[in-house]
Ligand binder design. Sequence first.
Ligand SMILES: [Zn+2]
Length: 311
Amino acid sequence: MKKIFTWFLITFLCVNLGYTARALDNSTSAYESSDTYETTMKQDFLCLIMAYPEYITGIEHKGDGTVYLVMRSGKKILYDDKKAKSFEQKLENPDLQDMMEQKYPLEPISKLMDKNCDPGRFRVYGILKEVYGESQKQIESKLKNVNLVYRSFQFNGSNKAAECLDSAIKEIILVAQKKQNVSSCLFPCSGTFNYRLISGTNRLSPHSFGIAIDLARDKRDYWKWASQEEGQKRLASYPKEIVEAFEKNNFVWGGKWSHFDILHFEYRPEIILKARYFGNKKSNLSTWYDGVPSEEIEGKDYIKKIDDALR
Ligand SMILES: [Zn+2]
């Protein structure tokens, strides 16, 4: 009995000392650890709100602890279903947390990505449908023409997608005039809008929403067509100028997926913003949004909205 009491006393003291130490920690630096679940969740929400400013109205924290992104239509999208999922299950049915989880590298890469590292390949269709159209007809009504020298291509006019494609293409064309390698990877463009399923799946391709472009085709471009060695060779020779111009305009590159799709670029501002602002984790954050340039959030109520909802 005495032994049990001593054990209890020691455990009680340890737990309390731990709490006290943590409380003291919090008073000195609230975000000493930059990768806690709460910090990451707030950063994810900030990137989503900044990526789709006209389509997200807020965040709702329910009594049962679940957190939702609230869309302009009133539709609510769950942040984290808290289920343990395999890689395939995440691809099949990702929540917002799954979609934002993998780090997209903004620096150039010379080797294929590690196994199952596909940042930007997880898509929450609730967001895509709200922003770019619920049905084929609705999506088609939003398409705009973007000029690619010899012909124009259709891209979604919502959320600046077509505008950003136009800006990336203009920049690449200037380089293509001087560099043959850039020109031959750009032309002939293989296509943009195409309402179809991803081959071998029941999921709509991002091309269905008019937010993806395939540039000039090479048989080593796609993980299902080519061996790792072939993909690796193509990746290493792919012009960095093309990738940089797209990333600057908020597109992810399928070359940075272990399931590589080297000719594919997809407009995914939430993934690029997260990489840009929070890609290099600092060990000492002064605020959870440390990393976002102040001019990007000045005069906006993003931070307050998130802090109020998740306090
Ligand atoms: Zn594609």
